[in-house]
Design a binder for this molecule. Structure first.
Ligand code: FAD
Length: 321
């Protein structure tokens, strides 16, 4: 049965995040021919709507308000609840991002609805859907079904492919006025930990370093390899704790979860807490001088060797392609 689906769009550095296009594709699947409505919130954001149409949104609702300049769960939930009240959707999709993880339980509680978070795959099962999600730090997957009420899900970045971009796709843009008031949290200033280049959680290639990298300078060859592959640099907690890099790069149970097409682990032993953040990557390459290192158990390709020899060699070879 066709249902209307609302997809929350996220903006980063002045453009729509890729996960929002993936969320539109997820929305299309559960809409079953119904309308997919993308919601765009911010202070002055209407000009960002076009790509949402190009990736398949049938309609875009824009709410602009000075209190939406920065994300706050209160501000966003006021805007969202107003739209949900008016639109009465049968489905809601967020990205499983820091914002999505913060906001989705609040909205689900307000709606008295269920929520399946961190979905990596959607299968139609008759009139229902089966939502696959990792459990036990990625060691197993479970399939969940929402039997009644709104199909409310968050999707893990890099798992559900977006629709093919089609710039001829357009749709209705609707500006809506909503009063966003009485916020108990006011963001005065945002201080960014800058990670240059590609966003780690959305990168198609991640080159990660561990304690085996030995110093901050030791990360330089990894940065070069990431640059030639158009990827991002990540790290184990071992490397972060040792002060070789910033904690914003940490991947794992207490860091970021990544699912790139290619994950290259350099000088990382493969502790269970690290695997929790990367074991669902599509192809894993491990470079470690210890042939017994645990990382080789999850690796598709393993190179036993010194990363300071192997990584520059790889970079040079890839440059030739
Ligand atoms: P090590 O275990 O010291 O491994 C270094 C590896 O480098 C070794 O395998 C060695 O053979 C190899 N090596 C050394 N020199 C070279 C060289 N020249 N060339 C090639 N290989 C070389 N860890 C995370 O990563 N992320 C998390 O989110 C996380 N959360 C945690 C949460 C909790 C509650 C706890 C208790 C721990 C957590 N940890 C996490 C820490 C985790 O248990 C490990 O201690 C950590 O992952 C180890 O980092 P590492 O692999 O870089 O270092």
């Amino acid at each position: 049965m066709p249902r209307k689906v609302i997809v929350l769009s996220e903006i980063k550095d002045g453009s729509i995040r890729n996960v929002s296009f993936e969320a539109i594709a997820a929305g299309k699947t559960i809409a079953q021919g119904g309308e997919v409505v993308a919601l765009l919130l911010g202070e002055s954001v209407a000009h960002l709507a076009d790509p949402l149409f190009h990736y398949g949104a049938d309609r875009v609702i824009v709410i602009e308000h000075e209190n939406l300049r920065h994300y706050t769960s209160e501000g966003y939930s006021q805007a969202l609840m107003e739209v949900i009240r008016e639109e009465q959707p049968g489905g809601i999709v967020f990205g499983h991002t820091a914002l999505g993880k913060d906001l989705s339980p609040k909205i689900a509680t307000k709606l008295d609805s269920g929520l399946v978070s961190d979905v990596t795959q959607i299968e139609a099962s008759g009139e229902d859907f089966l939502f696959t999600r990792p459990i036990y730090s990625g060691k197993a997957f479970e399939k969940k079904r929402i039997k009644e009420g709104i199909l409310f899900i968050t999707i893990r970045p890099n798992n559900i492919p977006p629709l093919e971009k089609d710039e001829s796709r357009t749709g209705g843009l609707e500006k809506k006025n909503v009063e966003i008031k009485d916020l108990r949290t006011v963001i005065k200033e945002v201080v960014r930990k800058t990670s240059e280049g590609v966003d780690l959680t959305e990168a198609k290639v991640v080159v990660s370093g561990g304690r085996g990298v030995k110093s901050a300078e030791g990360f330089e060859p990894l940065k070069e390899l990431a640059a030639v592959l158009g990827g991002a640099v990540g790290a184990s907690r071992g490397a972060c704790d040792a002060g070789y890099c910033d904690y914003s790069l940490q991947i794992g149970q207490t860091g970021k979860v990544v699912t790139p097409d290619l994950y290259i682990a350099c000088g990382i032993s493969g502790a269970i807490q690290h695997l929790a953040g990367m074991s669902n990557s599509k192809v894993i390459v491990a470079i470690n001088k210890d042939p017994e290192a645990n990382i080789f158990k999850v690796a598709d390709y393993g190179i036993v060797g010194d990363l300071f020899e192997v990584v520059p060699m790889l970079t040079e070879e890839i440059k030739k392609l």
